[in-house]
Design a protein around this ligand. Structure first.
Ligand code: FAD
Length: 321
């Protein structure tokens, strides 16, 4: 019995969240006294696959196939399920990323497995139990879910577990795709990158702004602050609804969930639906001219002031470093 971790890649490269899930899965495997197998789908170089050994994978299965170069939900779920069966894996770990959120329930159905979607800590394994902590009620609470099924699936929230090195020598082995023709009902033909900006779901630093900025013409200072910090930009829902910013920047209950190390919110009230997507950020800084703005209740640092005065001063201060 080994633990299986699905290692997601973006255009052939592994993201930080991939190393997080491998480190997380390795710790579970260690605690259970078993080995860790990683499964990669898509065209990833053997050298990058072998590097997964650094984070604890002893074996890496690689499905390299042009048809599977881009993410295909059903096909990937079929392959992960058959790899788990072939390896006899009873625990499957993947990232709670955009694709992970689509894959985990599909794999759970195929393997009749219990699933915890959005784990934030290592499972508690005392007394033969398997209890996983996850966010609940849009991040306002935690749930401790006991998985009692034979096969268990955990998707891990990005940036909730540190990358840890557990050096192993990983052997890379080809694994045949088991996807059927019917699994390719929907296929991605081409991915055109809209910009070279930092990808929001994976960003470690985020500068976000809301309706307090009055209009799209005032985003230059948000962009400048983000560029100086090497941060991604985000916004509240009304801002993207009004077309001030692209929908890909909308965070919250109905948008993207982020969990960066630093989230700077400028002119955002902090409505519960917005907080749902940002409350797992490690440090929250709020800039708002209203001292009663609800966002201050969850902020680690707050600046009560006019964004049009505070942000330029912040930019000047950072430039001096
Ligand atoms: P406002 O509420 O208008 O707040 C603007 C803030 O800017 C105020 O706090 C004000 O004090 C401050 N401000 C004004 N001028 C300045 C200045 N010069 N300097 C500094 N501060 C200033 N919202 C989301 O963001 N994400 C979601 O996913 C989401 N999903 C939703 C789902 C549902 C079902 C519903 C009903 C709502 C959803 N909303 C979502 C909307 C949410 O309820 C709020 O309306 C929204 O988050 C408010 O956006 P805002 O804070 O930018 O604007």
């Amino acid at each position: 019995m080994s633990v299986l971790v699905y290692v997601e890649n973006a255009e052939g490269k592994f993201k930080k969240s991939t190393f997080e899930v491998v480190s997380y899965a390795k710790e579970i495997a260690k605690q259970l006294g078993t080995s860790l197998t990683a499964l990669s789908i898509g065209n990833v170089a053997d050298s990058a696959l072998a590097e997964l050994g650094k984070y604890g994978a002893q074996k890496v299965l690689s499905v390299s196939n042009d048809k599977l170069k881009s993410f295909v939900n059903q096909a990937y779920a079929s392959i992960i399920s058959s790899a788990a069966k072939a390896e006899g894996s009873k625990i499957i770990v993947l990232a709670a990323s955009f694709s992970g959120k689509g894959l985990a329930p599909r794999i759970a159905v195929k393997l009749e497995a219990g699933l915890v979607d959005g784990a934030v800590e290592l499972p508690e394994l005392t007394g033969g139990k398997f209890i996983v902590k996850k966010n609940a009620f849009s991040g306002k609470a935690f749930a401790h879910v006991e998985l009692t099924s034979e096969v268990k699936i955990i998707s891990l929230v990005p940036n909730s577990y540190k990358v840890v090195e557990h050096p192993e020598t990983a052997t890379v082995t080809a694994f045949e795709s088991t996807a059927a023709e019917s699994d390719f009902g929907v296929m991605i033909k081409d991915i055109v990158r809209a910009s070279d900006k930092i990808s929001l779901p994976d960003a470690e630093l985020v500068v976000s702004a809301g309706r307090g900025l009055k209009g799209p013409e005032n985003w230059a200072m948000v962009e400048e602050l983000a560029n100086l910090l090497g941060a991604a930009t985000a916004c509240s829902k009304p801002v993207s609804d009004a077309g001030w910013r692209p929908h890909s920047e909308h965070v919250g209950q109905t948008g993207i969930t982020v969990s960066p190390n630093l989230y700077i919110a400028i002119g955002i009230s902090g409505a519960i639906q917005h907080l749902a997507g940002v409350s797992s950020s490690k440090v929250i800084v709020v800039i708002n001219k209203d001292p009663e703005a609800p966002f201050f209740k969850v902020a680690d640092y707050g600046i009560v002031g006019d964004a049009f005065e505070v942000v330029p001063q912040l930019i000047e201060a950072i430039k001096k470093f």
